[in-house]
Design a protein around this ligand. Structure first.
Ligand SMILES: Cc1ncc(COP(=O)(O)O)c(C=O)c1O
Length: 380
């Protein structure tokens, strides 16, 4: 059976692929060497490896699994999600133009804004969940990149990827999707016309809150992709072999974890939506969500583990609820096996995020326990 015919559960469970023939191990081995020897004729002993900034077997194995899961032709790993974002945007020439979704992960917006200012790149921010608005922004002039995030963090907005691709291509731009909150298990943006997908692998792809990583996956080779690959090797933003090995191990259970997290999240969302102390729940799995119908088309097998909810009574009440939670750790990040809660206004007070918004990342714990914890924190 060829990789392309395998389901994500099979690809992931055997992440890293074949038996390690040297040891017979059923998991990949780690080769930490930074340099690789040559024979007496000065030929590399292994043609694939010269120096670890360019070459490492376990990094390549992890990249290959990610490319297969996304249905792409190639993947490149970076030492963090932001390093992947930066590697991509550095390909935009000085004085270029980019269209970027508004209300996405604040760290991305902040970095792109600063980058564009430094490099005199025109940055157009637009609510990309409004397909007409995105098309309008793209039609205003030629662009190099269109950057969207679906579902978005922390607003959980859904972007129509196929329409975004049409708009981006019309402006001569590449469409790149941050699919962190969807994971390659639930959504495959390349199939909807995106040119590249980016993930913070720190989140669900690794899933155990113990590896920082980022990945870019391309549908097919193009000049920008070659530039990114060459720049990574020269500038050295590479993932180390130990992190890549941990990532491979994490990915073996990715589909299983995502399935459970989605089931839990759906139950939590329904509980919160019915709770008298909750003003609103932002989760694409709820019928009441503006992007629900689109999410049903673009996501398979669930609607993700990330959601936000608005607590009645404002900032003080929201912080009290967060403070009363016992199972949800009060910590930033998302996608780990453990559930987390975050008061986003404390992190990004100037972005218009409601003061009573709590973002939660639902883990793999027992759904009943999570709901009981939220219930006691909200006051039953
Ligand atoms: C949606 C999204 N994209 C990108 C990033 C950045 O990833 P990293 O923290 O791995 O650099 C994050 C981090 O929270 C994120 O939530």
């Amino acid at each position: 059976m060829e990789f392309k015919d395998m389901q994500p559960a099979t690809l992931a469970a055997q992440a890293g692929g074949a038996i390690d023939m040297q040891s017979g191990g059923v998991v990949p081995s780690i080769q930490p060497s930074t340099t690789f020897a040559r024979d007496r004729d000065y030929d590399p002993l292994n043609a694939a490896n010269t120096y670890a900034r360019d070459h490492n077997d376990v990094v390549r194995q992890a990249e290959s699994v990610l490319a297969q899961l996304e249905g792409g032709s190639e993947a490149l790993l970076f030492p963090s999600g932001m390093a992947a974002v930066a590697a991509l945007f550095r390909t935009v020439p000085n004085g270029g133009r980019v269209v970027v979704q508004s209300g996405i992960y604040w760290g991305t917006t902040k970095w792109i804004r600063e980058f564009c200012e430094r490099r005199e790149v025109e940055m157009c921010e637009v609510d990309a969940s409004d397909a007409e608005a995105l098309a309008g922004a793209c039609a205003e002039g030629a662009a190099h990149l269109v950057w969207i995030e679906s579902p978005s963090n922390p607003w959980l907005k859904t972007v129509d990827i196929a329409r975004a691709a049409e708009a981006a291509h019309g402006a001569g731009a590449l469409l790149v999707v941050d699919g962190t909150a969807a994971t390659p298990v639930l959504s495959k943006p390349l199939e909807h016309g995106a040119d590249m997908v980016m993930h913070s692998a720190t989140k669900a792809i690794n899933g155990h809150s113990d590896v920082l990583g980022g990945v870019l996956v391309t549908r097919d080779g193009h000049a920008v992709w070659d530039e990114i690959r060459n720049d990574r090797a020269s500038a050295g933003a590479v993932m180390g072999p130990f992190e890549a090995w941990l990532l491979l191990r994490g990915m073996r259970t990715l589909p299983l974890r995502v399935e459970r997290m989605c089931q839990n999240a759906m139950q939590v969302a329904e509980f919160l939506a019915d709770h008298p102390q909750v003003e609103d729940v932002l989760y694409p799995g709820l019928k009441s969500h503006a992007g629900h119908e689109l999410a049903k088309v673009q996501m398979q097998g669930g609607f993700g583990f990330l959601m936000s909810f608005l607590v009645k009574g404002g900032r003080e009440e929201a912080l009290k609820v967060a403070g009363r939670l016992n199972l949800f750790h009060r910590a930033t990040s998302l996608g780990g096996v453990e559930s987390l809660v975050e008061h986003r206004h404390t992190i990004e007070p100037h972005t218009g995020i409601p003061e009573n918004l709590l973002r939660i990342s639902v883990g793999i714990e027992d759904a009943g326990d999570l709901i009981a914890d939220l219930g006691q924190a909200l006051g039953q």
